[in-house]
Each structure stands twice: as C-alpha cells, then as structure tokens.
Design a protein around this ligand. Structure first.
Ligand code: NAD
Ligand code: UD1
Length: 338
C-alpha cells in the first residue's frame, strides 16, 4: 500500500517506517521537524536499505498537504504528528489545541477530498484518565482527562467517531498506546527528547549516561506492591509492528475500531529501575520524592482485542526494552546530535 506517515521523523514514527517498509509498503513521510531530526530518517534509510520520500511541512499548511496528497493518491494515512508533552500542554494549551486539533482537521479534510479514507491514529491510554477497570479494556469508559494533551487526544477521537458516522466510507483505527520505550535493535535510532526528559525511561538512560545526577521517583506510597506507580511499558518496535498488523486488516473495511496497544503486564518504577540495572550492569542513583501532580497509581492494558482481531501480540519483555533503550543512549549520549 501507498502510505502517508505524518510525524514519521519522530520516535514512534521512525520505528514504524522501518516496519512498514519491511512489510513491503511504500511510505511517504510528512513532518515539520518541530520535535525531531532529519538524521532519524537518514538512519531509517540505512537500516531498511530503502529511500524514504520526505516532505518537510506542517500539517496546518493546507496547500502543502493538498500537493502531497494530490500527487501520491495514498491508500492509507498513519497519523503520528502532534505535540505530546503533558507539562507543556498545561502551560501552553492553545499551542497544543492548535497543533493537534487544527493539524488533524486539515489532514482529515485533505485526505477525504483526495479519496484516502483509511486512517490509523495515534491515540493514548491517557484518554482513560483514571481507568475504571484494570486491566483496561477498550470498553472502559474514557475518563476525566488530566491535561490539555490528553484532552486533545480525547477530542480527536470524538472528531473521528463523528466523521466516520457521517461518512461511513471512512475506515478509522484508533490505537491507544500505553507506555512506549526501547529502541531499534541497531541502536541507530531511539527516543531523543528535547531538554530534561519528563518520561521515566529517557530520564533513567540519561542518569545512566551521566547527563543527569539522579532519578526522582514520584511517590512510594501508592497502593501497589512496592508503593511506586505501575505502568504498561511496551517496546516501540512491538508498537510499530502493531501498525503493520492493522494495515493487513484494513483493506476493504469501513468503520471505526479501537485497539489498546500494550503488553498487558504492569511494572512499577522500581521494577523498571532494577531491570535496567540488572541487564545493563549500571547503577541508577535515585531518591523518592513527592507524587507528581496528575499521576495515577496503576494503569495497564488488556491487549486481548488486538490479539483476537489483528493477531498482534507484544513480543518483547521489560529486559529487552531496558537493554535496547540503553544501547541507543550509550552510543548516542546527545541523541541525534551524535
Ligand atoms: P514525537 O514528538 O517523537 O513525534 C511526533 C512527530 O510529529 C515529530 O517528528 C514532530 O516533528 C512532528 N510534528 C508535530 N507537529 C507537527 C505538525 N503540525 N506538522 C508536521 N509534523 C508535526 O512523538 P512520538 O513519541 O513519536 O509520538 C507520536 C504520536 O503518538 C503522537 O501523536 C503522540 O501524542 C502519540 N503518543 C505517544 C506516546 C509516547 O509515550 N511517546 C504515548 C501515547 C501516544
Ligand atoms: C505520561 C503522561 C501521559 C502520556 C505518556 C506518554 C503524565 C501524568 N502522563 O504517562 O499522559 O500519554 O506520558 O507521553 O505525565 N516517573 C518517575 N520519575 C520520573 C518520570 C516518571 O518516578 O522522572 C514515574 C511516574 O510517576 C509514573 C511512571 O514513572 O509512575 C511512568 O511515567 P511516565 O514515563 O512519565 O509516563 P506516564 O505518567 O504513564
């Protein structure tokens, strides 16, 4: 299939481009590089041995989107582009709503008008808020979103549901990612956050490489086995492969489907720290701090629907994730600048 990948230079997008090309798909990337680096795509080309046609453009640039969609006639769009920092979304909500909502509205309009009505959308487990059911199934009601980032995902899901209802020719697949970590086995691409990382794994790897002094563990008084927060960490390559499985099932379909992409296994912050230390033989200095505002105690998926319907199941475990995250970071302490 001919596939438009928005945000394909980013962390999840670049890993997904590799898997899409390996599965024989023809990929075109549109990204404005606001949170990524062209080097990532160059490395993808080295890994896959195939060129990645690339257009540097903002999704909100309607003329550019019309040009690219008009000239390629895509079969499907895999839509990653958007802002994702929770803290920044709280201090700059307009920026988040404008980029995530406006960008997607332009994209959907241009795709529809150029006859591409297959869409795979990067949603987030954040739409469940504080989940009512653990493990979280797709039927679990969407919850109170704790920040504008999560709210933007919630709103975009709703927009897609309404659009699909009004025009049943659309085929929309909403993927709710849990906590992606890890990196490609080659260690050539990985997560490269700007500034001090907000998320657990990039913080750990930067402590390990000596760029940060110690990890702050946000709370050890949750109702969990060791008191620290529990999440469903998923290897980014497993996540990427999930998109290929969706594409295998998409042809000739119309409708809207939602899938959790997680492993179904919850690990605490201390579990992750211990696994990282064990498999990589490095020490992670840490201290226990106050809980982080907006955090929940436990969130992990029931990934059964993706297995039943798509035949997809995460293959990598927490030790693979820790090993691959470190393999990327130790070889590239400064991310794509190295
Ligand atoms: P990322 O920031 O690494 O990648 C996003 C890419 O989109 C970047 O390359 C950025 O330059 C590009 N982009 C942003 N706004 C754009 C615009 N207006 N026009 C063109 N390009 C634009 O993030 P990621 O971790 O790869 O996440 C990809 C998607 O998955 C995002 O939508 C994110 O919200 C979602 N998601 C991520 C996580 C996570 O933990 N990483 C969890 C759940 C959902
Ligand atoms: C966060 C976002 C979520 C978003 C996801 C992916 C919040 C509240 N939630 O999820 O909306 O979809 O990232 O971008 O920010 N931790 C520490 N020390 C750290 C960092 C994290 O102890 O320095 C703990 C957290 O308290 C949590 C766990 O590690 O228990 C995972 O945190 P993180 O990686 O930030 O992911 P989430 O909070 O699950």
């Amino acid at each position: 299939m001919k596939i438009l990948v928005t945000g394909g230079a980013g962390y999840i997008g670049s890993h997904t481009v590799i898997e899409l090309q390996a599965a024989g798909h023809e990929v075109v990337v549109v990204d404005n590089l606001v949170n990524s680096n062209l080097t990532a795509l160059k490395r993808v080309e080295q890994i896959s041995g195939k060129a990645v046609p690339f257009l540097e453009a903002d999704l909100r640039d309607r003329a550019a989107m019309e040009r690219v969609c008009g000239s390629y006639c895509f079969d499907c769009c895999v839509h990653f582009a958007g802002f994702k920092s929770v803290g920044e979304s709280v201090s700059q909500p307009w920026k988040y709503y404008d980029n995530n909502i406006t960008g997607t509205l332009v994209l959907l309009d241009v795709l529809g008008k150029t006859g591409c009505k297959n869409l795979i959308f990067s949603s987030s487990a954040a739409v469940y808020g504080e989940p009512e059911i653990i493990p979280v199934t797709e039927e679990c009601p969407r919850g109170q979103c704790a920040n504008p980032y999560a709210q933007s995902k919630f709103m975009l899901e709703q927009i897609m549901m309404d659009l699909q209802k009004a025009d049943p020719e659309w085929n929309m697949v909403l993927l709710r990612y849990f906590n992606p970590i890890g990196a490609h086995k080659s260690g050539m691409i990985g997560e490269d956050p700007r500034g001090v990382p907000n998320n657990l794994m990039p913080y750990i790897t930067q402590v390990a490489v000596g760029k940060l002094e110690k990890l702050s563990i946000f709370g050890d008084d949750y109702d969990t086995l060791d008191g620290t927060g529990v999440r469903d960490y998923i290897h980014v390559v497993d996540l990427a492969k999930g998109h290929v499985k969706v594409l295998d099932s998409i042809e000739g379909q119309c409708g809207l489907e939602i899938f959790n992409l997680g492993t179904g296994v919850g690990y605490s912050v201390l579990d992750v720290v211990k696994s990282f230390e064990k498999v990589n033989d490095v020490k992670i200095a840490y201290e226990i701090k106050e809980r982080r505002a907006g955090d929940i105690a436990v969130c992990y998926s029931d990934p059964g629907k993706a297995q039943r319907v798509l035949g997809w199941k995460a293959e990598y475990g927490i030790e693979d994730m820790c090993r691959d995250s470190w393999n990327w970071q130790k070889n590239h302490p400064n991310g794509f600048k190295d």
